[in-house]
Design a protein around this ligand. Structure first.
Ligand code: ZN
Length: 307
C-alpha cells in the first residue's frame, strides 16, 4: 500500500482532448538540464546487474575529469486540436539556483545537475507563449528523478504514465536506491495510469502493446519495459514519418545499434525485448526518427523541431 498522498485513476479510453482524423504532431526536443555521470554510467562492459557492472557504473575509480555531461531532455509535442503537451519534465527550474532543494544533497553532489540560466523548461515554454501553470497534459516515459523533477510546475496537467511504473514508483520502500524521488510527484494532481493489458491496447508495427493517446493514431504510448518496471516510449506521427521518443529504453543511439547494455536495468530480459522492438522498428522504417534518452554525442545532432 502506498504511503503517498498522490493517487492515480486508470485511463481506459483515449483522452477526450480533441481527436482529429489523420492528425500529425510537431515535436520540439528541449534541453531541460544536464548532469555529470561516470564514463560507464550509460553502458557497461560487464554483465548488467552484477557487482562489477555496478562498481563500474558508479565510477568509483574514475576521475571526475572523465565524467560525461549528459543531456536531460523534455519534449514539447503539439497536436492540432488537443494543443501542446510535454513528454517528461526534465529538471525543475529551481535546479538552476539550488539543485539540492529539488534533487537532494546526495544527487546534487554526485551528479552535479545544472540548468543553463533562463533555459529551464517553463522558461522555454513561455518563449512559445505557453504557461506551464496552465499546461493540460504531461506524459511520463517513466518516473525516475530526471524525468519527474519538474512535475510541480504543471499543477493543471493530467499526467499519463503506465500502471506498472506508477505502482513501482509509489510503493517502493527504498525509492531513492532505484532512481525514484517521491517528493517530485507526491501531489494531489490528476494522475492517470495506462494498463497495457486492457481492451483497446493494440500492436503497432514492431511494438506489441501500444495505447492510442488521443484516439486518432497521432500519439501512441508503446510499452517498452525493462529500464524501469513500466517504461514507455512515445510514438509521434509526423507529416511523412514517425518519431519515437525512446526515453531511457535506450540511453544512447549506440545501444540501438547493438552497443553495450546499461549497467543496471530493472529487468534485463525485458530491457532486451524492448530494445529488439525498437531495433526492428528502426530496421523497418529507416526514415523514422528515434531519440535516445541521454546521449551526449547524439544530442547535438537532434533537430530543434520535427514536423
Ligand atoms: Zn533518465
Amino acid at each position: 500500500m502506498s504511503k503517498l498522498k498522490a493517487e492515480a485513476k486508470p485511463l481506459r479510453e483515449p483522452l477526450p482532448m480533441g481527436a482529429k482524423t489523420g492528425a500529425t504532431v510537431v515535436v520540439e526536443p528541449l534541453l531541460g538540464g544536464e548532469l555529470k555521470a561516470p564514463p560507464h554510467f550509460l553502458q557497461t562492459t560487464h554483465e548488467p546487474g552484477t557487482r562489477r557492472a555496478e562498481i563500474q557504473m558508479l565510477g568509483l575509480f574514475s576521475r571526475r575529469s572523465k565524467f560525461n555531461t549528459l543531456p536531460v531532455p523534455a519534449y514539447l509535442v503539439t497536436h492540432p486540436t488537443a494543443g501542446p503537451f510535454l513528454v517528461d519534465t526534465a529538471f525543475h527550474a529551481s535546479v538552476s539556483a539550488k539543485p539540492s532543494a529539488n534533487l537532494g544533497r546526495t544527487m546534487a553532489s554526485f551528479a552535479h545537475p545544472t540548468i543553463e540560466p533562463g533555459r529551464d523548461v517553463p522558461s522555454q515554454l513561455r518563449e512559445r507563449g505557453i504557461d506551464s501553470q496552465e499546461l493540460g497534459l504531461v506524459v511520463l516515459t517513466h518516473m525516475h528523478f530526471d524525468h519527474t523533477s519538474g512535475i510541480a510546475e504543471y499543477p493543471a496537467a493530467t499526467f499519463v504514465v503506465s500502471a506498472p511504473e506508477w505502482e513501482d514508483a509509489t510503493n517502493d520502500s527504498k525509492p531513492f536506491m532505484r532512481g525514484y524521488m517521491p517528493n517530485h510527484y507526491d501531489y494531489l494532481f490528476d494522475y492517470r495510469t495506462v494498463d497495457f493489458n486492457q481492451p483497446g491496447v493494440s500492436s503497432y508495427a514492431s511494438f506489441g502493446r501500444t495505447f492510442d493517446l488521443f484516439g486518432d493514431g497521432s500519439v501512441r504510448l508503446a510499452f517498452t519495459p525493462g529500464h524501469s518496471a513500466g517504461h514507455c516510449s512515445v510514438i509521434c506521427r509526423l507529416s511523412d514519418r514517425d518519431l519515437v521518443i525512446a526515453g531511457d529504453a535506450i540511453y544512447t543511439y549506440d545501444q540501438l545499434e547493438g552497443g553495450d547494455p546499461p549497467p543496471r536495468p530493472f529487468d534485463l530480459h525485458n530491457w532486451r525485448r524492448s530494445l529488439r522492438d525498437l531495433q526492428q522498428f528502426a530496421a523497418t522504417y529507416p526514415q523514422a526518427v528515434i531519440l535516445p534518452g541521454h546521449d551526449p554525442e547524439h544530442w547535438p545532432t537532434v533537430e530543434k523541431r520535427y514536423e
